[in-house]
Design a protein around this ligand. Sequence first.
Ligand SMILES: NC(=O)c1ccc[n+]([C@@H]2O[C@H](COP(=O)([O-])OP(=O)(O)OC[C@H]3O[C@@H](n4cnc5c(N)ncnc54)[C@H](O)[C@@H]3O)[C@@H](O)[C@H]2O)c1
Length: 379
Amino acid sequence: MATGVWLVGARGSVAATSIVGAAAIRAGLAEPTGCVTELPQLQGASLPPLGELVFGGHDVADTPLAKKADALAAAGVVPARLVAAVAEELAAADAEIRPAPAVATQREAAALVAGDIAAFRDRHRLERVVVVNVASTEPLVQPHPAHDDLDDLEQALGGTTPVLPPSSLYAYAAFTAGCSHVDFTPSTGARLPALAQMATLHGLPYAGHDGKTGETLVKSVLAPMFAMRNLRVRTWSGTNLLGGGDGANLADPGPNAAKASSKQRVLAETLGYEPQGHTRIEYVDDIGDFKTAWDLVTFTGFLGTSMRMEFSWHGCDSALAAPLVLDLARLTAGAHRAGRSGALTEVAFFFKDPLGTVSHGLAEQWAALAAFVRGLGDA
Ligand SMILES: NC(=O)c1ccc[n+]([C@@H]2O[C@H](COP(=O)([O-])OP(=O)(O)OC[C@H]3O[C@@H](n4cnc5c(N)ncnc54)[C@H](O)[C@@H]3O)[C@@H](O)[C@H]2O)c1
């Protein structure tokens, strides 16, 4: 039986690149380069095959997926010949995208979203569905007493004042429909005590937060190096320039603050202290999905000698993110099938702001991921 991937933000760049990529790989038209779960160390019968993923989702936008994919091809994110070759698969996924519900209470909205997901699962006779949040980043939310307890939350959802941000409402709806959940964004998502209770109660795993695809990925390799060589990092400052829908959204101070805070954890937690400096995000329309990060690191070595390093990263954001979305869908479905529930801390490898108290160094995260996949066995 196939596995469903329900993308919240299904008409965005990351979602469209994931759908084009999965279809192209299935048709043998592209290699799974960038898909970590295709590495020999992670392969096994415990994960649903890449070729058996079926896509659907929610979006507030109504631009057809084919048009979005054409725009991505024109911008050099995906090859135009692949978009043309998978037109049928894009149309099939597009037919499975539902608008975000507009109703009086969040309880009704959650029921409609859960109903859409359950109907998708039934229509395609899917073994299970993983809900993956790839929608625009939300501003950081204000705490609400109902966030701390599932009974309080269920009651509050019946009121006409929203108590959950959209990302958390989708996570609530996913759990209601019996689906696991992945948050690829820095939004709140399932990261609330009441939702953690709900996942455990329903026996569902969830993973997050915020895909690690660029500057933070490089930091998670370099910071352990400084720590292991006992070099003292004095400052670490980074400037990220990005365009595209994500860049436009991050130009807004609310989502920008959410993103910048999720990018900062790696240094303090890997080095054991916080060097001076900040991560800045700036919107540059002209560079579209191609992100530039410039980082300057100053550090002290033996006898106080002062040194510095600089790096530039030029990545295509959606091309880096999409294979990880496919990996996370497969891993979370595999965990669900193996009976895992609650926070999947072992997939920290994929995230800037991982769940739980885990190492932020990439090498340790990789070892934890490989052990996790081995532990899923051939369930
Ligand atoms: N590309 C990367 O490398 C990367 C890395 C980490 C995290 N992310 C995160 O992934 C997310 C998607 O990035 P993108 O480049 O595809 O952005 P995008 O702007 O192209 O797509 C976001 C989509 O979400 C939709 N959306 C917004 N609010 C919604 C709602 N309430 N319900 C349903 N859909 C909604 C939008 O209409 C849009 O289609 C962002 O939050 C981004 O921060 C991306």
